[in-house]
Design a binder for this molecule. Sequence first.
Ligand code: HEM
Length: 454
Amino acid sequence: MSTSAVADDRIPVVRGLPVVGSVAALARDPAACFVRGYLEHGPVFRVRVLNQTLTVLAGPELARWMGSREGQACLRSREVWQGLVDEYGATRTLTGVDGPEHRRLREVMRRGYSRDALRGRLDDLVAITDDCLDRDWRPGAAVPVVTAIQYLVTSQLGTLLTGRAPLEYVTDIRTTILYILNALVTKQRPEFVLRHPRYRRAKARVQELGEQMIRDHRARPAASADRRTLVDDIMDARDRDPALVAENDLVLALTGPYVAGLDTVANTLASLVYAVLKHPEVLHRVRAEADALFARGPVTEESLADLPSITGAVLETMRLYPIAVAQPRVADRDFEYAGYRIREGEPVYCAITVPHFLPEFFPDPHVFDIDRYGPGRREHATPGAYAPFGKGPHTCLGKGIADVQMTLTAARLFHRLDLALDPPGYVLRRRAAPTPGPTDGFRVRVTGTRRPRP
Ligand code: HEM
């Protein structure tokens, strides 16, 4: 899709309110907003948001194009993340580099972020989950689901990926992500919000956490090959290749798992809890499968791979409640997409999850149906249909970890506890500021303990 003389510059604009444009629709439900744009205008359209106009690419062809040589040459990420990099006084971050530099940096982090990083540690993951359930999900309690799962996810990621569970920093990490994404990445808020003392305090605490991780690493003897974590790999790269991982990049790189994994996994799991409790027949199947899993003894990679109902619930949650609705980029050159001309320097949103809501791929797309992914249906396998982890060279590096974390946590939660929506008829309210997910008001009641901790 390179430039041609016939390419059209008049990209259609989604109708929105005067002045504010589509800001409210985007904040409430960005996926619905992009689906509407695609259905009304096709694979290229624009959305007005306050003083910005976003060019959106969508449709089933997008996934292939983003991974193609041409797609990679047409898009860059630098400007999207430059504000974050500057805010940390860093030189670069993985999400904000492209081409050979990105490939080299991704290689440094690949092992530490991979499913392999959890090898032999699934029992630790169960134990960490039990600790959090016993602390925050007591019988009788009305649990604020998003917050409780954030603590759980931070404990898991911290212990397994970096050797440290910084629970006292959870609020600071969240506040920092929230302000930076809103003000510097999606630009939903003006930059002056970064002067707010609440943000300045939180950001200083995240900096302190990163510096402490560096000191801890330098004070420790070298880790044995089977106990190495992402931190070891990043610190070694800093010593070996400081032109790729500079000293001033360390805090951002070391606290990266929390930034990348906290809201993403927590919001998805919170949506899963809602969807499962809303569908009693699914709850019944998830419980039966979880009970059988833990009755077999210690969890293994193989036993985790054999959970069709729980896996179906995770996949279906990521389809219906995607946390990364679009991948933000900038046009790296003038190019043509589906007959329209996009100009170098234009912000471009690759709305990769739009096909999740198209009936030609997922019949009755708004129905929560965990059997879409089994043999005979495999609705997600059509190329371009399903991309909760994004597409192209920046596809989620932690997706193997995220899969294990979500599957195991969901299994343990429904195995050990009886939960009910609170109030019983609760209908999920969602927000996207900036990561889409349930609002903080979503609660469940722990109505009983099905299995005490062994
Ligand atoms: C439900 C869970 C998750 C979802 C849906 C998700 C989704 C995504 C998406 C869509 C991207 C691409 C962003 C872009 O191209 O603009 C991404 C990138 C990334 N994710 Fe995830 N993510 C999840 C969990 C995690 C976890 C748990 C980790 C690590 C512990 C992680 C680490 C990363 C990293 C390091 C990148 C940057 C990759 C690069 O730029 O090369 N993610 N994720």
